[in-house]
Design a protein around this ligand. Structure first.
Ligand code: AMP
Length: 417
């Protein structure tokens, strides 16, 4: 199946091509034609499935030819659980709409920041509003927007919306919407509360179920922390202590690094062991057994040595060095969050490895914010990465998708939040 077979306009296809989307993902194949027809949708799909484009592209297409937003009216409403997701989804709408013949006004609103600029921005209405429910209601209470003309409602990550305690807010928002509208509900899981919400909201929906994979499992929380290389051991120590990780699997690039870091951690008072391919099978088996039995808190391994490690209830995987291959990233983070347990996968990213991490993100279709932890803020900058036009891996030109992302983030900054 090709994007061009989904019934999308040439301008939208141009934007997807620019984002390097060649073939649509399963959720896109299933829901884009349905949304274009005006049907309701109930999709089990998680981050990484391509769900944002699955609703954003057809929603934009349906806006074409409609009168522009005016008078505080909102056309399409996307509710999301967090401000980070609001920003990402808003960026996607802006990026996909850039070649459309009419300007599309996309606003992102969330709490924790001043409400006034958001009120000002809503004055002329908006074609699409991406919002967290609490702030949306504040704005409605201030009479800053009207939801009576909403023609499409999206609940994105509906399970997290309910987890974040937004159930009451959702009920209040629904009461402000017109009866006749299209409803799209996306959720990674369907516990009873989400099922009830789906039943309440959706009329004869098209149903789609995207099987969960280890890579996109919501039980693995992925984080990226910006840090200078020489501060990594201290950061690792801080994370282990701060989160109380009982077992941590740390990935490094070389056999030498496994031993070197194990030694440093031992000096800091941890029980730590190295695991690499040049150790005898007996030593490796022993190291793993100690780790599984919690006699060793931290295991520092190379990719090859770690293949096949399956430790249930492994709370944390740390990419001390980033994996060279983008596939290895998935193998590494797949070590945690097994058997339904919650896990966290942390990647240390420095100025010098930022471009490589972006490549890993792009290939594996996810995007993380770079966290800066107090006391570990990086000082170093890579000269090649300093300018806005930078961002290449050695000898690699900026890809279309990198340019697309830059354009998308410029769009966000210009939108006043
Ligand atoms: P989402 O599941 O919406 O969070 O999307 C995850 C990532 O996949 C985002 O970085 C998208 O840009 C990317 N993506 C979405 N659809 C496609 C596609 N058809 N081909 C390639 N990448 C995609």
């Amino acid at each position: 199946m090709l994007f061009s077979e989904l019934g999308l306009s040439p301008e939208l296809l141009q934007a997807t091509a620019e984002a390097d989307y060649v073939t649509p993902t399963p959720v896109q194949v299933a829901v884009i034609p349905a949304i274009l027809q005006g049907l309701d949708v109930r999709a089990r799909a998680q981050t990484g499935s391509g769900k944002t484009a699955a609703f954003a592209l057809p929603m934009l297409q349906r806006l074409l030819g409609r009168p522009a937003a005016n008078d505080r009216r909102v056309g399409g409403l996307v509710l999301v659980p967090t401000r980070e997701l609001a920003s990402q989804v808003g960026e996607s709408f802006r990026a996909f709409s850039r070649y459309l013949p009419q300007p599309i006004k996309v606003l992102t609103v969330f709490g924790g920041v001043s409400i006034n600029p958001q009120m000002m921005a809503l004055r002329g209405g908006a074609d699409i509003v991406v919002a967290t429910p609490g702030r949306l209601l504040d704005l409605a209470d201030h009479n800053a927007l009207r939801l009576s003309a909403v023609n499409t409602l999206v609940l994105d990550e509906a399970d997290r919306l309910l987890d974040e305690g937004f159930a009451d807010e959702l009920t209040r928002v629904l009461a402000l919407l017109p009866d006749r509208r299209q409803n799209l509900l996306f959720s990674a899981t369907f516990p009873p509360a989400v099922q009830s919400l789906a039943e309440l909201l959706l009329r004869e929906p098209v149903r789609i179920d995207i099987a969960e994979t280890a890579e996109t499992s919501p039980d693995i929380q992925q984080r990226a922390i910006a840090v200078d290389p020489e501060r990594r051991t201290q950061l690792l120590r801080h994370l282990i202590e701060h989160h109380g990780w009982k077992r941590t699997l740390v990935f490094v690039a070389t056999k030498y690094a496994t031993e070197h870091i194990a030694l440093k951690l031992q000096r800091l008072g941890f029980t730590a062991a190295a695991l690499h391919g040049e150790l005898s099978q007996g030593v490796r088996t022993g190291a793993l057994a100690d780790f599984k039995a919690e006699r060793t808190q931290v295991l520092i391994a190379t990719d090859v040595a770690a293949r096949g490690i399956d430790v249930t209830e492994l709370p944390a995987v740390v990419n001390f060095d980033l994996p060279r291959s983008t596939d290895d990233y998935l193998h590494r983070i797949g070590r945690t969050g097994r058997a339904g347990a919650h896990g966290v996968a942390v990647s240390f990213v420095s100025a010098a490895t930022e471009a490589h991490f972006r490549l890993i993100e792009k290939r594996n279709r996810f995007r993380l914010q770079r966290e800066r932890l107090p006391g570990f803020e990086p000082i170093a900058t890579a000269p090649a990465l300093a300018g806005p036009g930078a961002g290449g891996v050695k000898g690699k030109r900026k890809s279309k998708k990198d340019k697309f992302r830059e354009a998308a983030s410029r769009g966000t900054r210009g939108a006043g939040h």
